[in-house]
Design a protein around this ligand. Sequence first.
Ligand SMILES: Cc1ncc(COP(=O)(O)O)c(C=O)c1O
Length: 439
Amino acid sequence: MNRSKSEALFAAAQKLIPGGVNSPVRAYRSVGGTPPFIARGDGSRIYDVDGNEYIDYVLSWGPLILGHRPPQVIEALREVLEIGTSFGAPTEREVDLAALICECVPSIEMVRLVSSGTEATMSALRVARGFTGRDLTIKFEGCYHGHVDSLLVKAGSGMATLGIADTAGVPESFAATTIALPFNSIEAVEIAFRERGDKIAAVIVEPVVGNMGCVPPRDGFLKALRDLTAKYGALLIFDEVMTGFRLALGGAQELYGIKADLTTLGKIVGGGLPLAAYGGRADIMSKVAPLGPIYQAGTLSGNPLAVSAGIAVLGYLKAHPEVYETIEKRTAQLTANIPEGITVNRVGSMFTFFFTTDPVVDWESAKRCDTARFKQFFHWMLDRGIYFAPSQFEAGFVSTSHSEQDIARTVDTAKEFFERADCQSAAGYQPAPHLPQLE
Ligand SMILES: Cc1ncc(COP(=O)(O)O)c(C=O)c1O
């Protein structure tokens, strides 16, 4: 596959932008090689600057549940271009989007729009602290909640991919406000609350983790978090930036029947444009300025372009609830019949192929994966036009635009990898001794 134009652009980019990219995982550091520079997208496909076509399972890291350039979004954006892209003043569309969000996610009684998932989690945490008058937060190892200072402790996503446990630049005193516990361990949470319960403002959790790869909650784990936070007067924050509107219209909290105190949303809520949100119980959200003393603001918050894209996508999902069954069925087709040596985790249309024989239930088990073998698989797929996330520790996504044929082609390509003897092309690659060797 010729990638000469991408190679030239990557070389130029690296002189100007750290690592040549505006978000670390895009640089392909953990898999090696040159990231394709993308020229355009359409439906389930993206096309790079060299004209190569790929079936896209990254979907801009989750937002594009309707695929690339869905007509509803394009139409909505066109309308806004006629009237102006930002006013820094209230608009009717913001009320419409807020109403849609509150309707879809019943635990959200009031909501504030922001521009990124990071901003949403940072603000939700501030609100939890302001509301409870406490400083500490429980988070879980391998969960990623954006690059909020105090939450970059044992975080997933790019931190996991690049092997950075705790980032430089965060004062120890900030990191000390975070208690990082193993995901799925009710016992660890019980102990933390027993020891420091009167100081814990919130538990923040990805209810289905996407950022160490897809890892579902064990039976009873989310319910235990709900009960323990209620018992100790702490708030339960569901970070649904990834799972919101993806696992169900009401997100993971609908799927698992748990009501969070605060919820953060991102990705799908902005329909592919920079928009995110945090919201929850009215008594808590009423403490946010100008109603209350907890300050949070944003120049481009609620800008009409992003808001109209969000309305177009949420409106479509609400009017077509069958979408969730369709994308779940497609994803099940994608993840069926995986050979021995691979553990597949899937919830709805989120999935990860883990290169390990053991169940993956937390960061300890995720990090035992054979990342060298993943790297080889990744390049095999990419070279054959299948675009997966360039890291073992990310979730894949399926959109409404993925056809049965797309899925079948992906399955066949993966099957070939597992069956062929000559696919050990990654330079210097040695399969880990504990995993089955390729034939
Ligand atoms: C669960 C979760 N929370 C927060 C974030 C941060 O969102 P953003 O990248 O928009 O700042 C992400 C990003 O991937 C995420 O997956």
